[in-house]
Design a protein around this ligand. Structure first.
Ligand code: SF4
Length: 354
């Protein structure tokens, strides 16, 4: 729990953005949520250029794997929830379990990044501001109080690239440790800036594990090898670009050799922020101008979903100790629906343990 000195006077309410985000995923015609506070540039909301000329397709129920692929996954003993396109070859990473129950959230340290990945769906222009599930926080203590109010069990400290600001990130992690009892904390990073000193600092601050997006560096396993000494349960978490399927398989073999335990695959998400870039690569249909900009909802790229399933099947066939976990847009929709069904935390307390 927060120490009295750390608490802002008024307890922040449940984030509207959290609810709208969940609604957007759960309903066929989502209402557009307001822009995240950290996406508003100088000059106000009206000064923000449209994020994309392409509207977003309405979220839809994900298609199940084809019958032969479903049979292959079953024969290989791959576990999961086929209806939700959620599959895993080994144990699901510890940080994913609360998330699957709709009891996880994201804290964005900054949306600034040292990379500019075409698939990135963070708001543009990038902004250096702290937010909790899309809601602006002015301090580490306020971020902790917001999370406590959401009644969650696990948080991804993310970006942008949070390790552009290592001191700020560690201060946040310490505030979360003090402020939210029993919270699981994973730091999401592209791994470029990791050093032994920084890894030591993150561990000492109270980080439970790392999530490394190695798609950003072209699938080099170096950051994972380095970080294993401090975070043996780390996970590599990447979007699957269909044209990179072979490179991703080579990465999986490199991670297996290094002793990494988890590789989490997402299908490419097409959002207002990346729809143009995906469209230029033939990964998303070009759509008429105007609609969709600023929505937080997304839809999966079908070719990417198929590549995810093939990689999962291949890992099971090869008997890799590295666990592959396919967390799809179907999984995300499921999570959002669960989160939405939960009662909002009451004004008197965070509602933990409900
Ligand atoms: S490294 Fe991550 S946050 Fe940075 S541009 Fe790439 S996807 Fe976006």
């Amino acid at each position: 729990m927060s120490s009295p000195g750390d608490r802002p006077r008024a307890k922040p309410r449940l984030s509207d953005t959290y609810e709208r985000y969940a609604l957007g995923l759960a309903r066929r015609e989502p209402r557009p949520p307001p822009l995240p506070a950290n996406a508003v540039p100088k000059g106000g909301r009206d000064a923000r250029p449209p994020a994309s000329t392409a509207p977003l397709p309405a979220p839809s129920r994900p298609a199940r794997p084809s019958a032969p692929l479903a049979a292959r996954l079953k024969r290989l003993g791959v576990k999961g929830w086929p209806r939700r396109r959620t599959f895993h070859t080994r144990a699901i990473p510890a940080g994913c379990r609360p998330c699957l129950e709709g009891r996880a959230s994201t804290l964005v340290v900054t949306t600034l990044c040292n990379r500019d990945c075409f698939f990135c769906f963070n708001p543009r222009p990038r902004a250096d501001a702290l937010s909790v599930h899309g809601r602006r926080a002015r301090s580490a203590a306020e971020a902790a109080a917001l999370l406590e109010g959401l009644g969650i069990e696990s948080v991804g400290v993310s970006g942008g690239e949070p390790l552009l600001f290592p001191v700020r990130t560690m201060k946040l992690v310490r505030a979360l440790r003090r402020g939210v009892e029993g919270l699981r904390i994973d730091v999401y990073t592209n791994g470029d800036l990791l050093t032994p000193a920084l890894l030591r600092g993150l561990k000492a601050a109270g980080v439970d594990s790392l999530r490394l997006n190695l798609a950003a560096n072209g699938y080099g396993p170096g950051p994972a090898r380095l970080a294993l000494g401090w975070f043996p349960d780390l996970a590599v978490e990447i979007p699957v670009i269909p044209a990179d399927e072979r490179k991703i398989w080579r990465l999986a073999l490199g991670l297996e050799e290094a002793g990494v335990r988890h590789l989490i695959l997402h299908e490419l998400f097409c959002s207002a922020q990346n729809a143009d870039a995906l469209g230029r690569r033939g990964l998303a249909a070009p759509l008429p101008a105007g609609r969709g900009a600023g929505r937080l909802t997304w839809s999966g790229v079908p070719a990417s979903a198929d590549a995810c399933l093939r990689l999962v099947a291949k890992a099971a066939e090869a008997g890799l100790r590295l666990g592959l976990y396919y967390c799809s847009t179907g999984t995300q929709q499921w999570i959002a629906e669960k989160a939405l069904r939960r009662p909002a935390p009451g004004p008197a307390g965070p509602g933990r343990g409900r």
